[in-house]
Design a protein. Structure first.
Length: 121
């Protein structure tokens, strides 16, 4: 469980920072993204949102992540991530939190739910 979360978090943010369109493979048609209060359903819609974000460069720095089984059979994991991100040439990072609900489908993990928020407080 811990190793799955660690590998997922490293892969997700490395992919997001280098090629957001490559994240499509992590989502399914039933996947849902809540991004700053807006909801998107399905891999194409989620990818379209992530690719259309209005910045050229982004760098995520994960501060913490926590993982828990989300069901008794350990086929679903809840992963909560906190960290900072730098956008384009900004020097002051934005704090963020992101919750992933990962599901296992035939030995492959995918993102069933993804909730992202910038932390302004």
């Amino acid at each position: 469980m811990e190793e799955v979360a660690k590998q997922f978090v490293q892969f997700y943010y490395a992919s997001f920072d280098s090629n957001r369109s490559s994240l499509t493979a992590l989502y399914r048609d039933s996947s849902m993204l809540s991004f700053e209060g807006q909801q998107f359903l399905g891999a194409p819609s989620i990818t379209e949102k992530l690719v259309s974000l209005p910045f050229a460069k982004v760098k995520h720095e994960v501060t913490t992540y926590d993982v828990q089984p989300a069901n008794a059979s350990n086929t679903t994991l809840a992963v909560l991530v906190t960290g900072q991100l730098l956008i384009d040439d900004e020097s002051i990072p934005h704090k963020f939190s992101q919750l992933f609900n990962l599901s296992n489908e035939n030995g492959n993990w995918f993102v069933q739910n993804d909730i992202f928020r910038l932390n302004y407080a």
